[in-house]
Design a protein around this ligand. Structure first.
Ligand SMILES: [Zn+2]
Length: 396
């Protein structure tokens, strides 16, 4: 039975691990690598994780008198009160956040012609910012990369959106007919981010066939709680190895009591790190790396012998980003954890190792990391603007 479960892919006597995954990549056995990502890949860029209770975006927004945090991504609320969304858009708009080492790792896989596609749940476009071409990306929940009028569907260029959003404006359609139909106001323009109740982009469905082609699935920084995204991990072939890089174990197979008594098979899919459903650990095809995404990809890159290339590419991507968005040069590394891993990669590195503190923003100073600085700016800016909004509302 184990033959049909991929024993041919990796040595049956050894449980597949990070080294084993690296070996598959190096030997060219994994050359159609499919990547699934979530908020965890962007937290080291300073973008708050939507679901983390203390530093999460929702928790931050909750302080600013939204009726409930999800309202900011609801169409009805957007039409009624678009200002909070545009305030958020100003913060999240492409150019405010630098791609992370993880995003650069995807770019490296692409350059080595080993990347099939990145399916991302993130709307921050950091995959694009890392230099991945459009065709390598599926933005499952849409993104800020395109925008259109909610009334007449006229497209508005990213440049025009940026100019208006950065001035703190609510963007409205300039189309003459649209303006006429809306008493001169013009329809509200919304970035093509999937709001609650909206369908996923066509491209998402068009690319689902990628899952059958994959020979390695990397799942990074996602709690795998949002459908239909979460169930996709089971769409890859039965022998396709899957690796989860995440702060905690998620998306696991239901326990033994969920096994179907008649067929002896599990009814519900999910990761099976111990190989319970495959006759034991030696047949397990799922690998767990419990930790930060940037650390996980760096370890994987090191196991492939790519660490120098990866860090060089990261520096190039960051330099281009600085030039494009004319930001002041940043500190060499956005997270202490990566600095430590870099020390491993570059033993000649000097200077004391930074302590690996909690990832949430702190009020300690100096110095604030890029991530902390950005998160603090986001919070105080939102506080100010949401406060203003509330005042205006009160006067009305
Ligand atoms: Zn319009």
């Amino acid at each position: 039975m184990s033959d049909s479960h991929g024993a041919a892919i990796f040595a049956p006597s050894n449980k597949l691990d990070l080294q084993g995954v690296a070996s598959l990549i190096q030997k060219g056995k994994a050359k159609q690598i499919l990547v699934m990502t979530g908020a965890g890949t962007s937290t080291s860029a300073g973008i708050p994780d939507f679901r983390s209770p203390d530093t999460g975006l929702y928790a931050n927004l909750q302080k600013y008198n939204l009726p409930y945090p999800e309202a900011i991504f609801q169409l009805d609320f957007f039409h009624e009160k678009p200002e909070p969304f545009f305030t958020l858009a100003k913060e999240l708009f492409p150019g405010n956040y630098k791609p992370t080492l993880t995003h650069v790792f995807f770019r490296l896989l692409h350059e080595k012609q080993k990347l099939l596609r990145v399916f991302t749940q993130n709307i921050d476009t950091l995959e694009r910012a890392a230099g991945l071409p459009d065709e390598a990306i599926v933005e499952a929940h849409g993104s800020f990369a395109s925008s259109k009028c909610t009334k007449c569907k006229t497209a508005v260029s990213t440049e025009d959106m940026r100019a208006s959003i950065m001035k703190g404006k609510v963007v409205r359609c300039e189309d003459a007919i649209c303006k006429k139909k809306t008493a001169g106001k013009g329809g509200l323009v919304k970035p093509d981010i999937v709001f609650f109740g909206e369908g996923l982009p066509d491209r998402f469905f068009q690319r689902l066939s990628d899952f059958q082609k994959a020979d390695l699935l990397l799942v990074l920084g996602t709690s795998l709680q949002v459908q239909p995204f979460a169930s996709l991990i089971d769409k890859v072939p039965d022998e396709c190895p899957r690796m989860l890089i995440n702060l905690e174990r998620v998306g696991e197979l239901a326990n033994l009591s969920d096994m179907d008594g008649f067929t002896g098979r599990y009814n519900i899919g999910g990761f099976d790190f111990e190989g319970h459903s495959r006759g034991g650990k030696q047949n397990a095809r799922d690998v767990l790396y419990e930790g930060k995404c940037d650390d996980g990809v760096l370890e994987l890159a090191m196991a492939c012998g790519w660490e120098v290339e990866l860090l060089k590419l990261r520096d190039e991507v960051w330099e281009q980003w600085e030039r494009k968005y004319k930001k002041a040069p940043s500190t060499p590394s956005s997270t202490a954890a990566v600095s430590q891993a870099e020390k491993k990669a570059d033993s000649a590195s000097d200077g004391p190792a930074k302590t690996d503190g909690a990832s949430k923003p702190t009020l300690e100073k100096p110095p604030l990391s890029f991530a902390e600085q950005t998160a603090n700016d986001l919070a105080s800016d939102l506080a100010e603007k949401m406060g203003n909004l509330k005042m205006k509302e009160g006067q009305a």
